[in-house]
Design a protein around this ligand. Structure first.
Ligand SMILES: Cc1ncc(COP(=O)(O)O)c(C=O)c1O
Length: 400
C-alpha cells in the first residue's frame, strides 16, 4: 500500500512547508542524503583515477549508481551518461554532432527554453527549425509532427510532459514516427522521469534527457543522458578522465560513457542520485504516477470551481497545475500563499516564454505535486486561494 505519511518521514523539510514546487526541483529523501554524508565522512576521493583505497571505493560507488540508473531505464550502464542537469544533457546532443545548412529539426511551441534554445542556436549553422504548435491545452498532435517531416529532418525534440500545462504527449507515437522515418528522437523527460511509467518503446528513443533532481528525487546538480548509440555522438567537453592516450597533439578518447564525463564529476551528487533512484524504485513509479495524477486532478477541479480562478491545461494531466487569480500578478499570489500558508509554488513564465505567449498571458502560478504530497495539502492550497479571492472581492486594492 502507498503510505504517504510513512514516506513523508524521510523528508524532514516537509514539517515546515507545503512543498508544491516539484516541477522546479524536488526534495531529497534521507537515505540519499545519508549516502552523500557517508561519501564525505567515510571514503571521499576522486572518481576513475588513483589506485588508493578512497579512489577505488569512490569509483565503485559511482559506478554502482550508473548500474542502478541503467536498471531503472532498462538499458546498459554504457548507455548512461551523467550530467549536471537536463539542460546539459540536451546541449550535449545539440553540440555533439555535425549539422549542415538545410538540416531540419522539429520541436514544439511549448518546450522549456532548455529544449528550445539549443535548437534555435543551431540556426547559425543554417539549420532550419520547425516549431509545431500545440492546442490550447498544451497537447501536440503527433500527426502535426508527422506532417512536418521533410527529407532533411535530422531530429525530433519533444518534451514528454509540459512544465507549463501539465499535458502529457503521446511520445510512443512520436517515437514510432521517428523510427518509421529513420529520424532520431530526443525526449525531454524533465517532468516525467520518476513520475510516469515509460514503456519499453519510450525507452528506445535515441536520446532521453533526464534530471536527477526532480522526479528521481536526487540532489541538485545531477542529470542523466541515456544514449541508444553512445558511439554516434561526439563528446562536447574534453579533458582528464576522458582519454585513452595522448601523444603530442594526437589523442584517443575512451569508450563511452567515460569519454562524455571529462573532469571531476559531481561525485557526491551522483552517489546520492543512485540511492534516490533505489528509493523511487521502492515507492514504485506506477504508484507515484497514480498518487500524483490524483492530487493534480483534484487540485485542478477544485481550483477551477473558485470564482475568478483560471486553471490551464488538459483534464487528464500529470502533476502540474497552473492557474491565475483574476488579474493578480502570479508572483504576488505565490508570495501570499507562502506568507499565509507556507505553501511553496512557482510563479512566472516557467522558462517557457513561447508556451505562455501561445496562451496570451505572461505568467501563471504553478502548483506541482510529488510523491510525498497529500490530499490535505491540496485542501490547504484550495482554501488559501479561495481566501485570496475573497479578500480581492472585499478589498480589491489591499491584496497585492
Ligand atoms: C520540460 C523541462 N525541460 C527542461 C528543464 C530543465 O531542467 P534542468 O533544470 O534539470 O536543466 C525543465 C526544468 O524545469 C523542464 O521542466
Amino acid at each position: 500500500m502507498y503510505d504517504v505519511n510513512a514516506i513523508r518521514k524521510d523528508f524532514p523539510i516537509l514539517e515546515h512547508v507545503i512543498y508544491l514546487d516539484n516541477a522546479a526541483t524536488s526534495q531529497t529523501p534521507k537515505p540519499a542524503v545519508e549516502a552523500i554524508n557517508e561519501y564525505f565522512f567515510a571514503y571521499a576521493g576522486n572518481y576513475g583515477r588513483g589506485a588508493h583505497r578512497l579512489a577505488r571505493q569512490t569509483t565503485e560507488h559511482y559506478e554502482n549508481s550508473r548500474e542502478t540508473v541503467a536498471d531503472f531505464f532498462s538499458c546498459e550502464p554504457t548507455n548512461v551518461i551523467f550530467t549536471k542537469n537536463t539542460t546539459e544533457s540536451i546541449n550535449i546532443v545539440a553540440h555533439g554532432q555535425e549539422w549542415s545548412p538545410g538540416d531540419h529539426i522539429i520541436t514544439s511551441t511549448i518546450e522549456h527554453h532548455s529544449n528550445y534554445l539549443p535548437w534555435v542556436a543551431l540556426r547559425t549553422h543554417g539549420v532550419i527549425l520547425d516549431v509545431v504548435e500545440s492546442n490550447q491545452e498544451g497537447i501536440i498532435d503527433p500527426a502535426r509532427i508527422d506532417a512536418a517531416i521533410t527529407d532533411r529532418t535530422k531530429l525530433i525534440a519533444l518534451s514528454h510532459v509540459s512544465n507549463v500545462f501539465g499535458s502529457v504527449q503521446d511520445i510512443s507515437r512520436v517515437i514510432k514516427i521517428g523510427q518509421r522515418n529513420d529520424i532520431p528522437v530526443l525526449i525531454d523527460a524533465a517532468q516525467s522521469a520518476g513520475h510516469l511509467r515509460l514503456s519499453s518503446n519510450d525507452l528506445r528513443c535515441d536520446f532521453l534527457a533526464v534530471p536527477g533532481h526532480k522526479g528521481l528525487l536526487g540532489p541538485q546538480g545531477t542529470g542523466i543522458l541515456i544514449l541508444q548509440d553512445p558511439e554516434g555522438l561526439r563528446p562536447t567537453t574534453l579533458g582528464g578522465g576522458a582519454v585513452e592516450w595522448v601523444r603530442g597533439c594526437e589523442y584517443e578518447l575512451l569508450k563511452p560513457p567515460a569519454c562524455f564525463e571529462a573532469g571531476t564529476p559531481n561525485i557526491p551528487g551522483i552517489i546520492g542520485l543512485g540511492r534516490s533512484v533505489e528509493y523511487v524504485n521502492m515507492l514504485g513509479v506506477s504508484n507515484v504516477e497514480k498518487h500524483v495524477a490524483n492530487l493534480a486532478r483534484v487540485a485542478a477541479k477544485k481550483l477551477s470551481e473558485i470564482d475568478n480562478v483560471t486553471v490551464y491545461g488538459p483534464k487528464d494531466r500529470a502533476g502540474v497545475v497552473p492557474f491565475n487569480v483574476g488579474q493578480l500578478n502570479p508572483h504576488d499570489v505565490s508570495m501570499i500563499l507562502d506568507e499565509t500558508s507556507s505553501i511553496c509554488t512557482r510563479s512566472g513564465y516557467h522558462c517557457a516564454m513561447p508556451a505562455l505567449e501561445s496562451l496570451g498571458i505572461n505568467g501563471t502560478v504553478r502548483a506541482s505535486f510529488g510523491a510525498y504530497n497529500t490530499a490535505k495539502e491540496v485542501e490547504t492550497l484550495v482554501e488559501s486561494v479561495s481566501m485570496i479571492v475573497t479578500s480581492l472581492v472585499e478589498s480589491p486594492h489591499s491584496v497585492a
